[in-house]
Design a binder for this molecule. Structure first.
Ligand SMILES: [Zn+2]
Ligand SMILES: [Zn+2]
Length: 213
């Protein structure tokens, strides 16, 4: 299930001496309660699942772009759209204003974590990443039997787009996760190798663990 075989928080051990315990932040510097269940990064423009367009279905939230991408993906597979955390079926999403405020505050108070981008910059960036995500999905489904082609094409897409490292990681994590859920272990491994340094290695070990247990 979506219980989370990928935990980015555990992967990039930072060298900085852990400053006292004041703020509970994971090693990618985002507090766990602000993290989107799909991309495992801070939930930008968060939305909640709803089944009646008025009331929230559960207490979970996702980035708007992650939700849209997941929904498109579920519809393509002709399966019910479900909350990745509680697996309840839903039909639409609503903005999560309360969570959005918390995320905005965090972004504003921790500019260093976001390369000095504003919350609005991050919202715009996420929107731009959707076409790239969809291109990668297409490449994977069209080249399922040719994994080095997937790797080459995805690498080319990133080099042709003005996407920064953090956003590239976010996109890759989200796609790797969906490939794991579909059981496409080989595609997931190829994509893991596109993620630089430690995080990539750690993810690869989780992929292998997932494959064996
Ligand atoms: Zn997300
Ligand atoms: Zn839920």
């Amino acid at each position: 299930m979506d219980g989370g075989f990928i935990r980015i928080g555990s992967s990039s051990a930072s060298a900085s001496q852990s400053s006292s315990s004041a703020a509970q932040v994971s090693s990618n510097n985002i507090p766990p309660h602000l993290i989107c269940a799909i991309c495992q990064d801070i939930a930008i423009d968060p939305v909640v699942p709803t089944a009646d367009k008025i009331n929230r279905l559960c207490n979970h939230f996702l980035c708007r772009t992650c939700e849209e991408t997941k929904r498109a993906h579920d519809q393509m597979q002709e399966r019910a759209i479900t909350c990745p955390q509680c697996i309840k079926n839903y039909t639409d999403s609503l903005p999560d204003e309360d969570m959005a405020r918390k995320v905005q505050d965090f972004v504003q108070n921790h500019p260093g974590v976001f390369d000095r981008k504003t919350y609005d910059d991050l919202v715009a960036e996420r929107k731009e990443s959707i076409p790239l995500t969809i291109q990668i999905y297409k490449t994977i489904s069209e080249n399922a039997d040719n994994l080095s082609t997937i790797k080459d094409r995805v690498q080319k897409m990133f080099s042709e787009n003005n996407t920064d490292d953090k956003e590239i990681k976010r996109i890759l994590f989200s796609i790797i996760r969906s490939q794991l859920e579909k059981g496409n272990l080989e595609a997931a491994k190829k994509l893991v190798h596109l993620i630089p340094q430690t995080i990539g290695k750690c993810l690869l070990s989780e992929v292998i663990l997932f494959a064996n247990f």
